[in-house]
Design a protein around this ligand. Structure first.
Ligand code: GRF
Length: 193
């Protein structure tokens, strides 16, 4: 594995676009004794993202970049990440697609969480599509990010059973609970812990 941790915790940035419940669970995890990472930066493309409130609550630096001009925002972001000595990136509900160039710069160091059992149901509206196809199971996946959407090497997955009267709201809720546990487990695995 490319990532390794010595005495210090690996400085990590979490990228969000919305609620940030995965961010919150990552912050909590990072504060545990066993965690190989520290969350040192929150990045959002959306200035109204509720998850940005965790910046104040947990005293973590935040940066908002609107991504209207992707190249400009990414170049800016690369400088910010360097300045903050960020070594790892966790995408957590981040709704922008990063460019090949950006991903190359952090090769093997960007993780993402996706609310489906990849390689099934890449992209958006996963729960709706899963229910439409009458799947018996769905779940979530933590994977490395490569230049193809939701296609990088899978680190860990968690399966959940779909009940008879499942709605996309109930399914999303059920999967989100698992996401919160899975992300930190996947990080432990990445560091061989
Ligand atoms: C999660 O379901 C994540 O897998 C998906 O977007 C949702 C983000 O939730 N990509 P939150 O912002 O972490 O609460």
């Amino acid at each position: 594995m490319v990532l390794s941790t010595g005495y210090n915790r690996v400085r990590t940035a979490v990228f969000i676009s919305g609620t940030g419940s995965n961010l919150k669970s990552l912050i909590k995890f990072s504060k545990s004794k066993k965690s190989p990472i520290s969350v040192d930066l929150i990045v959002s493309n959306n200035s109204k993202a509720i998850g940005l409130n965790y910046s104040k609550k947990f005293k973590i630096k935040k940066k908002v970049l609107n991504f209207k001009n992707k190249k400009l925002s990414e170049n800016n972001l690369i400088l910010i990440l360097k300045k903050n000595k960020i070594e790892m990136i966790c995408l957590a509900g981040f709704m922008k697609i990063l460019s090949k160039n950006f991903i190359k710069k952090f090769k093997g160091k960007i993780l993402n969480i996706h609310p489906s059992l990849l390689p099934k149901y890449k992209g958006l509206n996963t729960h709706m599509r899963v229910l439409k196809n009458k799947e018996k199971y769905s779940g979530c996946t933590v994977h490395f990010v490569n230049s193809r959407l939701d296609s990088g090497k899978i680190i860990l997955q968690k399966k959940v059973k779909i009940l008879k009267n499942e709605t996309k709201v109930s399914l999303a809720k059920k999967i989100l609970v698992q996401e919160h546990k899975l992300y930190s487990k996947a990080i432990m695995k990445v560091f061989n812990l």
